[in-house]
Each structure stands twice: as C-alpha cells, then as structure tokens.
Unconditional design. Structure first.
Length: 149
C-alpha cells in the first residue's frame, strides 16, 4: 500500500470516528436515526457492493474490451438511479386520502431514465467507434509509401 493510500485510509477512519462520536454523544440524534444509518451501511456492504462486484466481473467476461468502460459506467449510473427511485416505484408513503402524495407513475419514469442512460452510452460508443475508424484510415493527403527494395 502506498503512502498516499495509507494517509487516505487514516483520514477516512478519523472522519468516521468523528461522525460516530458526534452521533452517539449528541442528544438530538434519535436511536431510530442510528438504526437507519446502520441499516444503510449493512445494505450497502451486504447487497449493493456484492451486486456491483458481480456486475463488474460479468461485464469483464461478456463485454468486449472497447465497450467495457461505457457499459460499466451505464451500469453504475443505472444502479444509482435505481437505489434512489426504488422507494418511489414501490409507492411507499402513498396515501389513498391524499392523491398529491406520489402522484406520478414512477415505474415508467424509471424505465425512461434507463432508456436515456443506455441510449447515451450507445451514442458515446458509436462516437468512439467512428473516431477509431477515422484514426485507422490512411490520410488521403499523405504521399503513398514506396516499396523498399
């Protein structure tokens, strides 16, 4: 491990310790908030992180090298959007007596966002492929190479 990584790990540990001391000593922080934060930590490390690693491994095995970075970026953005939108898609907090709570069709909106994310990745991949083809093509302005011999 390099010195920079050690320093960053130590700094991260200090910041986490500061946050935990503040959370446990502050009278305004309720037990429910602490339980929620512990649940978020467990969900991240127990669910999201393994899913991200598995998606990265599968992408590395199934996607050609030239498209791999774009596919991985689109997957990470899709996962982040899904995490944020999932409670809305499930309709948590919707009340029958108040139609203004969660009034939209969030599942359809999530699908539309997926289409935008993956269409953007596809367009970026097309632009990259076109640039590679242009770079590989010989320049018509340059003189032809003369055979040696």
């Amino acid at each position: 491990m390099t010195t920079a990584r050690r320093c960053l790990a130590a700094l991260g540990a200090l910041v986490m310790a500061y946050a935990m001391i503040g959370a446990f000593t502050d009278a305004e922080v309720r037990l429910g908030a602490l339980i929620f934060l512990i649940g978020v930590l467990v969900a991240h490390d127990g669910l999201l992180l393994p899913l991200s690693i598995a998606a990265g491994v599968l992408t590395g095995r199934l996607v050609p090298l030239r498209q791999r970075a774009l596919v991985k970026a689109a997957l990470v953005v899709s996962l982040a959007v899904t995490v944020v939108a999932f409670p809305l898609v499930l309709g948590r907090g919707r009340a029958a007596d108040n139609p203004s709570l969660l009034p939209l069709h969030y599942g359809r909106g999530l699908l539309e966002i997926y289409v935008i994310i993956w269409a953007t990745a596809a367009v970026a991949g097309g632009v990259q492929a076109r640039r590679r083809r242009r770079a590989a093509r010989p320049d018509p302005q340059s003189p032809p190479a003369t055979p040696a011999g």
